[in-house]
Design a protein around this ligand. Structure first.
Ligand SMILES: NC(=O)c1ccc[n+]([C@@H]2O[C@H](COP(=O)([O-])OP(=O)(O)OC[C@H]3O[C@@H](n4cnc5c(N)ncnc54)[C@H](O)[C@@H]3O)[C@@H](O)[C@H]2O)c1
Length: 365
């Protein structure tokens, strides 16, 4: 078994991330599992993932000496709410979980966020294991400890930060991921490319075909690159209070507004981030932060991976900007992450609104 390993270095909350193929199988358990507080726990997953991987993960945990029961939730972002959370607490209680128990999240970002919040709060906190099964979860949501649930008023309005004890990203799980979810994850991956610069962009340019064909070695290297970048931001700003972690929001100001405008039905998160990143590249170029060669190279990458790059013709740009403003109300003026160059992000605090409007209009062509 070969795998990448990195550590999210947060003193007493430090934890390893393992990335590779064939990690969740008999024999690998002892090597990868940390010593948890107690021997009993639950695996939380959903109805889609359970028939594919639950048995394998339960056996893997069992082989490592951890008894576990399964809790299977319905599948979908619409279930990332307090009602599901309450059911989850009740199931955990029925399973007899005590203060020294563990919760193992097996799934994408929805399962990761729900399980993370439950683990952080059940009996004031139990151990959490993240086994992410989407690209988005492997490169982003399983790392860094953020969790939460949605409310009527918006997404992720309630949550906390609670680091897992270990993250195990087995790329074999990605073989069953629907094409559109692959694309969504790649939207975030390319965002990391823009944040990291030449090394990672060159890797993506050279390995595009292998990645799209889901070659496990290329996927593992790609996820390792992204995990390192995310871990680095998390270590520098664990609680997202210093403005450092804000760079990870590249593409998200416009992206979130687009998702919201279409009531989360038209764009997946990664697709919206891709369109948002293209808008940010164009704006950075317009105000001469980024040169045209850099912009063209980045745009080519988004095109090569088949990500959406345009704002739909029907979108009223004033409306889009209004949604961005509402999102950022607490912060006053509209800020956006832009690039000084590839690999050099920078939070622009006061965006020139007429110029932004022109740029967004231009993103329709
Ligand atoms: N906590 C964080 O830091 C953070 C960061 C980014 C996003 N998020 C959250 O993550 C969520 C989105 O996560 P996501 O994109 O992983 O979506 P998701 O969890 O909804 O998964 C997408 C779909 O793929 C299915 N699926 C997952 N793994 C599969 C596999 N291996 N094979 C077949 N099907 C599989 C799921 O059942 C689901 O239908 C959002 O709720 C978002 O708010 C959290």
């Amino acid at each position: 078994m070969t795998f990448h390993k990195l550590t999210v270095a947060l003193q007493s909350r430090s934890y390893p991330i393992y990335i590779g193929s064939g990690l969740i199988k008999t024999g690998s358990a002892v090597e990868l599992m940390p010593i948890l507080r107690g021997p009993n726990g639950v695996v939380v997953t959903n109805e889609t993932i359970a028939p594919l991987y639950l048995e394998q993960v339960q056996k893997w945990l069992h082989d490592a000496g951890y008894k576990n029961r399964a809790i299977i939730l319905p599948d979908g972002e619409e279930f990332k709410n307090h009602e599901t959370l309450l059911n989850l607490y009740q199931e955990m209680f029925k399973a007899g979980l005590q203060r020294n128990a563990f919760v193992c999240a097996l799934g994408g970002g929805v399962i990761g966020d729900l399980s993370g919040y439950a683990a952080a709060t059940y009996m004031r906190g139990v151990d959490l294991i993240q086994i992410p099964t989407t690209i988005l979860a492997q490169v982003d949501s399983a790392i860094g400890g953020k969790n939460g649930v949605n409310m009527e008023g918006g997404k992720n309005l309630v949550g906390t930060t609670c680091q897992p004890r270990v993250v195990i990203s087995d790329v074999d799980f990605l073989t069953t991921l629907p094409e559109r979810e692959i694309l969504s994850g790649l939207g975030e991956v390319l965002k990391y490319g823009l944040l990291a610069g030449d090394d990672f962009i060159s890797f993506l340019e050279m390995n595009k075909n292998e990645i799209l064909a889901r070659d496990s070695k290329s996927l593992a290297t790609m996820i390792h690159f992204c995990s390192r970048i995310k871990a680095d931001y998390v270590v520098r700003d664990e609680y997202d209070r210093l403005g450092v972690r804000a760079a990870l929001n590249l593409g998200h100001t416009v992206g979130h507004a687009l998702e919201k405008l279409y009531d989360y039905k038209e764009f997946t998160h990664g697709e919206a981030v891709a369109v948002g990143a293209v808008a940010a590249l164009n704006l950075a170029c317009e105000i001469k932060l980024l040169n045209d060669a850099g912009r063209q190279r980045a745009l080519q990458l988004f095109a090569d991976f088949g990500l959406p790059m345009r704002i739909p013709e029907a979108v009223d740009v004033d409306n889009l900007i209004e949604i961005m403003h509402r999102d950022k109300k607490a912060e006053g003026s509209l800020s956006m992450v832009l690039l000084h160059g590839l690999g050099d992000p920078h939070l622009e605090k006061s965006i020139d609104l007429p110029l932004l409007k022109d740029v967004l209009q231009g993103c329709k062509q």
